[in-house]
Design a protein around this ligand. Sequence first.
Ligand code: PLP
Length: 416
Amino acid sequence: MTTPRPLRLIYVDHAATTPPRPCALAAMDHAARTLPGNPSSLHAPGRAAADALEAARATIAACLGAHPDEVVLTSGGTEADDLALRAVAAMGAAAGKRHILASPLEHPAVRRTLEALADEGFSVEYLPVTQAGGEVCSGYVRAEDVAASLRPDTALVAVMYASNELGSVQPIAEIGRVCRAAGVPLHTDAVQAVGHIPVDFSACPADTLALSAHKFGGPRGVGALLVRRGLPLCPRLRGGGQEKGRRAGTENLPGVAGMAAALQEAVETLPIEMARLKALRARLVDGLTATIPGAVCNGGNPHAAPTKALPGLLSLTVPGVDAEALVYRLDAVGVAASAGSACAAGSPDPSPALLALGYDPETAMGTLRLSLGQDNTDAEVEYLLSILPPLVADLRGDAIAADRYAPAPPENLSRR
Ligand code: PLP
């Protein structure tokens, strides 16, 4: 008997990218068809495009508690991170400060820019995080460690809002207060947080905050950097001086319209969707840790308040299993998941974030990420709970063959 496939693909890789929301597609289509002008042009089509761009910017700002002039539109999260880090580091260097503090959990969009800055003479220091197997949940930066590590020559602190690999939501408000008190700018990569948990820039003591549309049902290739009023942002692209001279290039109006529509819908439905996903994640955590011997949930445990976790992201370390092999086995039965971080897929090296939790490299390579989203149902979660333990047992070489134990797929896997 072979493992039965579900009636449709079960997509549990929303942290990699989310399916576009219909409202985003409609907004993009409308902008592409009806607003052909360049927002920088003086004529009527140009002015109509500029008006639509500013309306979308105002929507994005309102959803995130920012002023419209604090929103710098970019090509996505990677560019927003790089723009912020380079600009703030340059300001520090101009004042003779070349020390950078960062969390070890950062996405390559931050980590690689920090590596480049290190090559250019900055000293980059990584903060400790709470460890796997400890009494508290793993994968959290402590504000007191930031305070203890700040130096007179610290140019900037970079701590992501929520981890794309672990789902841990960092105490950004506390960390930001520590940075403010020391007069050190804080950059936060909020790419996995925006649209998934409440993010209010007006109440968040970060100076720059990166977001990306395709993580909340918007299009790929568009994002933004929120930049606190009064912070001068040295551009990477100078060109035609768009975005008030902070990021040149003709604006991607359809993309920005899609991002605004997706963000507005995500924010409006946030309380209901957060509660729904949180319950699904808790069911997965409880079910999988009870049925897969040795499996450990990383990031926030759903039952361990007050540490916070992204509602839909589950990181599970399964000792004795190669998570990439597990991902291929899941793929073969119609489940799209990921091993650790999708951005590091295919890499022979374990992710720095998982090593920072204290895992040895082999155990770290056994980390599976299931990231739930709008389209996932209770029935899909039950199906995952039924197929994962035998697949793991099979990969571990246990006598139990996955095929023999895989149950029939749930009857109702229709889209919500
Ligand atoms: N930061 C985090 C935390 C991410 O998860 C990602 C994408 O996976 C990025 C940055 C990069 O964003 P983008 O794909 O829009 O460049």
